[in-house]
Design a protein around this ligand. Structure first.
Ligand code: GLN
Length: 292
């Protein structure tokens, strides 16, 4: 077998064992392996050497000691990224922000954050405005066509936030309800795929306010963020439906072909998964959220 074929075969086997990389339904499973093909191929190569060319063009910039990695995020997604008085990187805090800071600093670099709308992140990455995206971003087939994803660092799922007295018990119960989603999130993709009408908001907090104020019946959003909103607002609960919403994997995105940065990120994630750093951060930021 050619090397590329071997890698692909390995990835297909891994993808079949692991949960699917696509958010909803089972129809998209067959192509899920595509999303990680490049990642796996890249991790096979040896350590990225750091003889980075000094260039201002982010498209060609390789990670170099003393340099800066500019991560794009959308700091509206607690506990992964949010704005606070004293964050780990300036005013930015959360699981992703701590991971970004560690990746940069462990490689003798500094992490900078550019905060923007979730929808703009991949375009900004493609334009070279940012070096990487860390934003609780789910690997999807469509996104993986535009950018390269690191190995996954967190598994989540979409859930439904409803009022405590709601009769919604499954995704099918949303059929005649008013559904709120956040623009560009995988939750929107899921509800759209289900064929239900919905209203989309720019921020999770806006959608949750609609729910609290009785203007919508259900918000579909990622599990850990949903838990944070439910703990922050009285009278809400989470309804899960694993048959309708499959697991999703969060990963860091880099420009297609930026193997040096991707290798650096993959090595860091691999180590942080193995030594428990990422699960510790998840516990720390989830507890911090519920103590507020
Ligand atoms: N995981 C979801 C997605 O990738 C939401 C991410 C986010 O809002 N930061 O679409």
């Amino acid at each position: 077998m050619k090397k590329a074929t071997k890698v692909l075969a390995l990835i297909l086997a891994m993808a079949m064992m692991a949960c699917t990389l696509v958010a909803c339904g089972s129809s998209a499973d067959t192509t899920a392996a595509d999303a990680n093909t490049e990642t796996a191929a890249d991790t096979e190569t040896e350590a990225a050497d750091t003889e980075a060319a000094e260039t201002e063009d982010a498209e060609e910039a390789a990670p170099a000691e003393g340099g800066t990695i500019t991560f794009g995020t959308n700091a509206e997604f607690p506990p992964f990224e949010f704005v606070t008085a004293n964050g780990v990187i300036g005013e930015f805090d959360g699981i992703d922000m701590a991971i970004a800071k560690q990746i940069a600093e462990e490689n003798g670099m500094t992490a900078a954050i550019e905060n923007m709308e979730f929808d703009s992140l991949l375009v900004a990455l493609q334009n070279g405005q940012i070096d990487a995206v860390i934003a609780g971003m789910t690997i999807t087939e469509e996104r993986a066509e535009a950018v390269d994803f690191s190995m996954p660092y967190y598994t989540a799922t979409q859930v439904m936030i409803v009022k405590e007295d709601s009769d919604i018990a499954s995704a099918a119960d949303m059929a005649d309800k008013k559904i709120c989603v956040i623009q560009g999130y995988t939750g929107e993709v899921c509800v759209n795929d289900m064929g239900y009408p919905y209203e989309s908001f720019k921020k999770g907090t806006e959608a949750v306010m609609e729910l609290v104020n009785g203007k919508c019946d259900v918000v579909v959003i990622d599990s850990a963020t949903a838990a944070k909103y439910v703990s922050d607002n009285e009278g809400l609960k989470i309804v899960e439906d694993p048959d309708a919403f499959e697991s999703e994997e969060y990963a860091i995105a880099v420009q297609k072909g930026n193997t040096e940065l991707l290798d650096m990120i993959n090595k860091a994630i691999e180590a942080k998964l193995a030594d428990g750093t990422i699960s510790e951060l998840a516990v720390q930021y989830t507890e911090a959220a519920s103590e507020e």
